[in-house]
Design a protein. Sequence first.
Length: 83
Amino acid sequence: MASLTTTLGVEFTPAVGYFIVRVSGGNAVLLGKNSSGDARFEPVAGPGNPITGRTDVYNAVDGARYKLESASPGQNVTIAVDQ
């Protein structure tokens, strides 16, 4: 299993298929955009559905980009994304 990122706000591009997101110390929002030139990131799982603990996410688009942002201001949120 390869590590894709352990830093909030850093873009990562998983291969098509599932990737694993782990969040501790608070909640995080998963943002994504596809490879067709979307100008900005949109919530994939977000304020209404923040990620806490482990979540398996399916990426159906080759070249799609994602990043995680803290949904817990003032808390020491840590993440790990693997595939």
